[in-house]
Ligand binder design. Structure first.
Ligand code: ADP
Ligand code: MG
Length: 348
């Protein structure tokens, strides 16, 4: 899977941009604020039709404009388009509208390496859960529907509780929640096991003698369905006007680097290396399971690494059909160099 053409209209700093990319490493350089992140942000819309940066999609519309349009043509000539106004957005594939987000989630395989993700990975359980959920979705689209069902049931329980619905009704919902929860938990367990398997070979070249490893921190251990349900019921509490319920929405992962918890004991560099290793493990897993090379996107990450690590990472990226790397400085080597200047891009 790779991106052949990109067209942007009124997207961030770009009024109108059209560019072709090729297989291999597309190395995009330009001054700070020239529009490198914006360019890869547009490509990353393939992942789930949402910005990886903005909390509100509208931020992507060029200031003083009414709409934003992104068109991405892939190697198989499939065209993904994204049309955004202040009223909402419309996604389509080959002119056909995509009705629900779950029909795009997992369709396009993309692995991002963003400075913000590295930071969030260290401090936010939510970001780590997102990695797990996005990762499983890339391997199996069905997982996203399962997750959305779980969230809907959870919301329904909380609403029903607030509106004093009958205990019997809430019990029915709780039973449904447990079914979905156990199934999701098993998938997460399997996923983390497989990521660890991939990490075994990645560790060998990335970290020398210190291994990167994940453990799954389950909010509830699965013994039996009854015990699972009882644990939820016995710990349900109403605090500060809010119903708290245990379950997979509180799961987390612990990342170990050389046997120590990296978020507590790791240096900045070790946190970064762990993140890179885990993302590479996911890429490798996707390649094996789906038989598709994910598109690799590294925004301002490569230049933060030392020379040796840069070379290691670049040599791994050569195993993938297409990579986008952004940086302030240009590099030499087997890459397609692009320069962004005055809201335009040249090279290739
Ligand atoms: N919605 C927008 N409309 C117009 N300009 C924007 C918008 N969002 C961001 N910008 C500007 O786009 C420029 C490019 O930003 P960015 O892609 O982050 O640059 P880089 O990654 O190269 O440092 C910045 O100058 C930023 O202020
Ligand atoms: Mg940037």
């Amino acid at each position: 899977m790779w991106v052949k053409e990109l067209k942007l209209i009124n997207f961030r700093n770009y009024s109108n941009l059209e560019i072709g990319f090729s297989k291999g490493i597309n190395y995009i350089h330009g001054d700070n604020g020239s529009g490198k992140t914006s360019l890869v942000e547009a490509i990353s819309l393939l992942l789930n039709g949402k910005s990886f940066l903005a909390s509100n999609d509208i931020e992507m519309i060029k200031l003083d404009e009414e709409y934003s349009f992104v068109k991405i043509k892939l190697d198989n000539d499939e065209v993904f388009s994204f049309y955004l106004t202040k009223q909402g957005k419309e996604l389509s594939i080959d002119q056909e509208k995509i009705k629900t987000l779950s029909s795009i989630g997992g369709r396009y395989k993309l692995i991002t390496f963003l400075p913000k993700e590295i930071e969030q990975f260290k401090i936010s359980p939510e970001a780590r859960r997102k990695f797990v959920d996005q990762g499983i979705t890339l391997l199996d689209k069905q997982y996203l529907s399962k997750l959305m069902r779980y969230r809907a049931i959870l919301k329904n329980i909380k609403d029903s509780y607030k509106n004093s619905f009958s205990k019997e009704y809430i019990d029915v919902l709780l039973t449904k929640l447990v079914d979905e929860g156990i199934s999701i938990s098993r998938e997460r367990e399997k996923f983390i096991f497989r990521i660890n398997q991939e990490l075994e070979s990645i560790n060998k070249f990335l970290t020398k003698d210190k291994d990167i490893k994940l453990t799954y921190l389950k909010d509830i251990e699965i013994k039996s369905k009854e015990e699972y349900l009882n644990e939820i019921k016995n710990t349900m509490s109403y605090q500060e006007g809010r119903l708290t319920i245990k379950g997979i929405h509180h799961d987390d992962i612990e990342i170990y680097y050389g046997g120590l918890k990296v978020k507590e004991y790791g240096s900045q560099g070790q946190n970064r290396t762990s993140f890179i290793g885990i993302k590479l493990a996911l890429a490798s897993l996707i390649k094996k399971v789906c038989n598709i090379d994910p598109i690799m996107i590294l925004d301002d990450v490569l230049s933060e690494l030392d020379q040796v690590q840069q070379e290691k990472l670049l040599s791994t990226l050569k195993n993938y059909q297409q990579t986008f790397i952004t940086s302030v400085t240009k590099i030499q080597g087997e890459v397609n160099n692009y320069l962004i200047e005055e809201n335009q891009i040249r090279g290739g």
